[in-house]
Ligand binder design. Structure first.
Ligand SMILES: *Cc1c(COP(=O)(O)O)cnc(C)c1O
Length: 394
């Protein structure tokens, strides 16, 4: 006989999902209504408005797609890229690599600008690539590379894209809600995000936003978008304003209640305050990790505060440490991906997970586990360093 699943209460400090607030989980448990119920449609409009707030945009084509961040990535490429289109793709980690794969599968021709894993995208290389490929259709890059914790200068990269008159496609899955993302001011043409990172909602939805210029391009396509499910022209029949909303697919009704609630929390806090909260707790975590003798992978000026990648000290069984953190401390941190597997831990400070309690808990737990395994840093040094930083700013 199977029984109900009762998950443990974990503290989520990996690369996502992040901790979900009780009020968001409660929203999920509200009664399911029809996906064309007039009251639900009013809530959808409010979700669009709240997403415009989070993305800092007036783009009308701003909505959550039904599926995780990868769905947003795929949607952006299949709608904007047609067979033969050249795309300059920046690869400085795992997700840049996936962007390139999406270009290929949409029939596009990727021109790869490579940077080391752990470094930001180099704008000079992007400028060169666009100069060498004046026929390119788009520039695509990841704002905050979750596989390494590197933050690229999205404003500068977007300005280069516009100078060369190409679409600017930006992965904001980890950046949205954690660091400034200025869709209008920085003139991004297509962005996608995820709900389970700094928005601290349940996984499974992907907010996207398209500029007027990108939306017009999609409307004018003569070759239909190869994915029926992700064709924005069809999705708009359900999400569009001023249209009679018609059935396209059944929206994940309750998950959308949860997204509405998590976006409300961000509006209540103020998005600028959310950005500074991420910076603030990152600095405290950093002080603690460094007091423990741990080194960051990414140079200081290229770090994103919500994903802290630190090198594994010599002789430490990194998988055993993560296992002990989970089993004995109910704390999840992330492992390295690809070439960084076994070489780094990824400590997330995303959304609701980004708070003083979690910072102190993570440092204390990591100190205890390392000491237990015989890699003792000076006892209490890490939490003391974080406390000192918090004390100073109080
Ligand atoms: C998590 C993530 C994705 C993929 O999102 P899923 O919700 O896992 O599909 C894409 N890009 C970046 C930068 C991410 O961090």
């Amino acid at each position: 006989m199977s029984t109900s699943f009762n998950p443990p209460q974990r503290t989520l400090m990996g690369p996502g999902p992040s901790d979900v607030a009780a009020r968001v989980l409660l929203a999920l448990a509200r009664p399911t209504v029809g996906h064309l119920d007039p009251q639900f449609i009013d809530m959808m409009d409010d979700v669009k408005r709240l997403l415009q707030y989070a993305f800092r945009t007036d783009n009308t084509l701003t909505l959550p797609l039904s599926g995780p961040g990868s769905v947003g990535m795929e949607a952006v490429f299949v709608n904007l890229i047609e067979p033969g289109d050249k795309v300059v793709v920046c690869v400085n980690g795992a997700f840049g690599g996936r962007m390139k794969e999406n270009v290929l599968r949409a029939g596009g021709v990727p021109v790869v600008v490579e940077d080391e894993w752990g470094r930001a995208v180099d704008p000079d290389k992007v400028e060169d690539a666009l100069r060498q490929h004046p026929d390119a259709r788009a520039l695509a890059f990841v704002h905050a590379e979750t596989s390494t914790g590197a933050l690229s200068d999205a404003q500068t990269l977007a300005a280069i894209a516009h100078r060369h008159d190409v679409f600017c496609i930006v992965d904001t899955v980890t950046s949205l809600g954690g660091v400034p993302v200025e869709v209008d001011a920085w003139q991004f043409d297509a962005v996608y995000a995820g709900t389970q990172k700094c928005l601290s909602c349940v996984p499974g939805l992907s907010p996207v936003s398209f500029s007027e210029r990108a939306a017009a391009h999609i409307r004018a396509r003569t070759r239909p978008v190869q994915s029926w499910f992700l064709d924005m022209n069809l999705v708009m029949g359900y999400w569009g304003s001023g249209v009679k909303r018609t059935y396209h697919h059944t929206a994940p009704v309750n998950s959308l209640y949860a997204l509405h609630e998590s976006l409300l929390m961000i509006e209540e806090e103020g998005i600028e305050n959310a950005w500074s909260r991420h910076r603030h707790h990152h600095l405290a975590l950093r002080a603690g990790l460094e007091a423990m003798g741990l080194e960051f992978l990414v140079p200081e000026t290229e770090r994103t505060p919500q994903l802290n990648a630190v090198r594994i000290p010599a002789g430490v069984d990194e998988a055993l440490v993560r296992r002990r953190l989970l089993d004995d401390h109910d704390l999840e941190i992330g492992a390295g991906l690809g070439p960084l597997a076994g070489r780094i831990w990824r400590i997330g400070l995303m959304g609701q997970s980004c708070c003083k309690r979690n910072v102190l808990r993570c440092l204390g737990s990591l100190e205890a586990v390392l000491a237990d395994l015989g890699h003792a840093p000076p006892a209490g040094a890490a939490t003391a360093a974080a406390h000192a930083l918090y004390g100073k700013e109080a």
